[in-house]
Design a binder for this molecule. Structure first.
Ligand code: ZN
Length: 873
């Protein structure tokens, strides 16, 4: 296996084109045969033919029907090379595969007896020799032949042509996809599956057959995915004028899947955890994730499939844009303000950490070892923020104009992020040349804020200065073009008119500062009193603020800001200040002094009656350990934990009765409803219950246990189970056993049971996790099992970074064990080591010892190697 870097600057246009490909699959139990017949045209005189292929058994190669002799071609570990080929020819390649032994879950593999594929990013080369690059687009005709009893369902992309019997108890299906596509969007499914069906009629009258497939007996849990698909199709028509372009749309749920889901043309393949849901088995969060991922994959049909990537360095062209689209969809389906808070929380906890760690990379990277390592929070979530900033600068109307232009220019093409930026900026008369640095420079910029009020002149001076710390290979950065949504408030909380000539108003009427220089001062005139600044409204740019704001201003904004995002942001800022002091005291073994002003403010929130419950739940949520790990200079997990428990306990103690009142008010309200409003009620009452659980009060634990026992939906059951699992309550063991007995045969649900035990703050968590890796329900080749037990443990900062345990060594052992079978899954575990620079010297040394041990393994995959060795430099 080559372990070299590939570079964007080495990109070369293809030297051949493919006019069409026929793929014949003959599926058997012991081996499968693939015959690939392509019509190829030379585009560059003299070019030699080089096709990608890995782990293939080559049976024969024919050019224009004539088999090549051994000396007429060459194969290496990664390629098939034919030095001289005609200008136009038919290439026929026969290969043999063993999907039943494919543990990498890329290419063609088997999951619970079902044949399925995952070709993105480079899995197609494990099916046949081909140009495995996204800028080779062609039309596909596919046949699948298999045993009729074992594999009654035979699916591929595009239009169903026919199915015929071929004797011997076997049948054969014919598919044809009229749309040209890159091979990473190819898909095949063969198996015995249940299905639900419905339709959607597009605005121009095309009646589309919608099908969702799952294991027999599970199909009744697919209706939420079906409804989500219908909503997405309608939303994309209403919002962007985009219609579906085939007669069939299929979703298939698979139990063994490396990622969340895949947007293969007309045939999405999903991790079953993102399809199957009913109120008994899925939480409100699951319902919400399913809706958003179904939408995400559907939206790819235009942003990804119709317009695709020139090369993998452009991945954010489709992923950032499609995440932006699914976030906007979710905002329209639920509550815009709450959705934005959730999206920013996820960005901060995951992407900001990535951007500050050893694997920081730009949204459009320049180099990599393993393309599959690009499926990161930076490419997806920061990529989405970059698109959002474009929309903020040109406004919604302007953005729609730009999107129309993008499809007008590039439908059917494989393009770059530069093409996208041009399509948005040019019709809007905007210059994005500086803006494009967001694609090229890694790292999270910090904006330092300085305020000065000149009483005599009635002028408010706001000075902004941007800075971005070095990231790997980027020691210095040029200034970014930062859109900052802002406002000034008077003493009563009213918005003041902004008399400053540097303020832009976008087409939505929002006030913006477009900071472009390293440092700039904005003068606001005609003010009687010192105004209160509200800046970075709606989190209009992915930046940190360094703002030594007056505490009274933060409390004022928390109560009065007209921007709901910033109201909640102020609770986070204040909580971080409180945590900082407590962590300091804990680290110095001093008594923890509670900040009564903050506790009182939280009490006032708890007692307020005029707040939307979903928003109130967000207001009460304190910053996560992952956020603390970024803002504190040392990751001292034990001190973080003490600080957090102390603050939460203080809030709970002050408000025991009020929290119980909230709990009872919303408990049992419409337990089966999937309405986002009801989700909000449940999240508030479960938030109240988790606060109360800090009190270690047996009476409260009885309430928790009753909720567990009597729950009528998985949200309530899981909340109670998580609380019990993280306690020493006498109900703990019985609840965990009960849950296991009820769900042991349900591969999706049992993962929740693993996570509940892997994420506790109890001292014996590591021992529990070790034992669970030997439990009959745990299968190390199943990615969901690995993520819900091991990755969840790696993200449990308190127990993962416990100096008294050998957690790092155990975790490294598991990475090595998994790496041999499935490099993509192993690589996803490596992120747990991203905080290495934040550890104290003793812990850092322990981590580095493990990383060195892993990197020394000669056949470590390039996926894991790339992510681990960066921590050593
Ligand atoms: Zn995607």
């Amino acid at each position: 296996m080559k372990q070299e870097k590939i570079y964007l600057k080495d990109y070369k246009a293809p030297t051949f084109s493919v006019e069409g490909i026929n793929l014949d699959f003959i599926l058997n139990e012991d081996f499968c045969r693939v015959i690939a017949k392509s019509e190829i045209k030379k585009q560059t005189p003299g070019a030699e033919l080089r096709l990608n292929g890995e782990e293939l058994k080559l049976v024969s190669v024919k050019i224009n029907g004539k088999a090549l002799a051994a000396g007429e071609y060459e194969t290496t570990e990664e390629e098939l090379i034919i030095k001289t080929v005609p200008d136009i020819f038919t290439l026929e390649i026969e290969t043999e595969l063993q999907p039943q032994n494919n543990t990498s879950l890329e290419g063609l593999y088997k999951s619970s007896g079902i044949f399925c594929t995952q070709c993105e990013a480079q899995g197609f080369r494990k099916i046949t020799y081909f140009f495995d690059r996204p800028d080779i687009m062609t039309s596909y005709s596919v046949t699948i032949e298999a045993d009729k009893k074992k594999y009654p369902v035979l699916l591929s992309n595009g239009d169903r042509i026919k199915v015929e019997d071929v004797g011997n108890g076997r049948h054969k299906a014919f598919w044809r996809d009229p749309h040209k596509k890159p091979c990473y969007l190819f898909a095949l499914v063969a198996g015995d599956l249940g299905v639900i069906r419905d339709t959607f009629t597009t605005k121009s009258g095309r009646k589309v057959n919608l099908e969702v497939y799952a294991a027999h007996g599970k199909q009744e849990r697919c209706w939420h995915a079906m409804a989500s698909l219908q909503k997405s199709m309608k939303w994309d028509e209403d919002t962007f004028g985009l219609e579906y372009d085939l007669n069939d749309y299929m979703i298939v749920a698979i139990d063994d899947f490396n990622a969340g889901a895949m947007e293969n043309k007309g045939l999405n393949i999903f991790n079953s955890r993102l399809v199957l849901a009913d109120s008994n088995s899925a939480t409100d969060v699951d319902f919400h994730s399913i809706e958003s991922v179904v939408a995400h994959e559907y939206f790819h049909n235009w942003t990804g499939n119709r317009v695709t990537l020139r090369d993998w360095f452009q991945l954010s062209l489709k992923e950032g844009l499609t995440v932006f689209r699914d976030q906007e969809f979710s905002a329209d389906m639920t509550d815009r303000g709450v959705q934005r808070i959730e999206d920013v929380d996820a960005l901060r906890a995951g992407q900001f950490a990535e951007d500050a760690g050893p694997n920081a990379h730009p949204v459009r990277p320049e180099s990599c070892m393993a393309v599959d390592n690009f499926f990161t929070m930076t490419i997806y979530e920061k990529g989405s923020e970059v698109i959002r900033m474009m929309q903020t600068i040109v406004g919604r109307k302007g953005f729609r104009k730009g999107m129309d232009e993008y499809f007008k220019r590039h439908d059917g093409q494989a393009v770059t992020t530069e093409d996208f930026a041009a399509a948005i900026s040019e019709p809007n008369g905007k210059d994005f040349s500086q803006f494009r640095r967001w694609y090229h420079q890694a790292g999270t910029p910090t904006i330092a804020i300085n305020e000065h009020f000149d009483d005599a002149k009635g002028e408010y001076h706001l000075t902004l200065e941007q800075h971005c710390a070095p990231t790997p290979n980027q020691p210095t950065k040029d200034p970014f073009h930062v859109p900052l949504m802002m406002g000034l408030l008077d003493k009563s909380g009213q918005e003041l008119p902004l008399s400053c000539d540097k303020i832009q108003v976008n087409t939505d009427g929002k006030n913006l500062i477009e900071l472009k220089d390293k440092k700039e001062t904005y003068v606001f005139k005609g003010l009687k009193d010192r105004p209160v600044l509200s800046i970075l409204r709606e989190f209009s740019a992915p930046v940190n603020l360094s703002w030594n704001a007056k505490e009274e201003d933060l409390y004022f904004l928390m109560e009065k800001d007209t921007d709901s995002f910033n109201r909640r942001e102020m609770t986070q800022k204040l909580a971080l200040r409180v945590f900082h002091k407590l962590i300091d005291q804990a680290r110095n073994k001093a008594p923890l002094n509670m900040d009564s002003r903050f506790v009182n403010a939280m009490s006032a929130l708890i007692r307020s009656n005029d707040m939307d419950p979903a928003f109130k739940a967000k207001m009460l949520q304190l910053p996560s350990y992952a956020v603390l790990a970024q803002v504190e200079s040392v990751l001292d997990a034990e001190a973080f934990h003490q600080a957090r428990v102390a603050l939460r306990t203080a809030i709970a103690r002050e408000n025991r009765q009020q929290l119980l009142d909230i709990y009872h008010k919303y408990h049992g309200v419409d337990p089966k409803s999937h309405d986002p409003k009801v989700f909000g009620h449940r999240s508030l009452k479960n938030q109240a219950l988790t606060y109360l659980a800090e009190l270690n009060d047996p009476e409260i634990m009885d309430v928790v246990n009753n909720q567990y026992q009597q729950a009528q939906n998985m949200t309530d059951r899981m909340t109670a189970l998580m609380i019990l699992a993280d306690s020493e309550s006498k109900h703990r063991e019985a609840a965990l056993n009960d849950f296991y007995q009820n769900w042991k045969d349900d591969s999706v649900v049992i993962n929740k049971w693993f996570t509940a035990q892997a994420t506790t703050s109890r001292k014996q968590t590591l021992e529990d996790v070790k034992a669970l890796t030997k439990h009959p329900a745990f299968n190390i080749t199943n990615p969901n099992n690995v993520y819900s037990l091991l990755r969840a443990f790696g993200a449990n900062l308190v127990r993962f970074h416990d100096p008294k345990t050998d957690a790092y060594e155990f975790y490294a052992d598991k990475i090595l064990e998994i790496d041999g079978k499935n490099p993509q899954v192993a690589a996803r575990l490596c992120a747990a080591f991203n905080f290495v620079q934040k550890l104290d010297p003793v812990m850092k040394d322990k981590v580095l010892t493990q990383i060195k041990r892993m990197v020394a393994v000669p056949n470590l995959s390039k996926n894991s190697r790339e992510l681990l060795q960066s921590a050593l430099t």
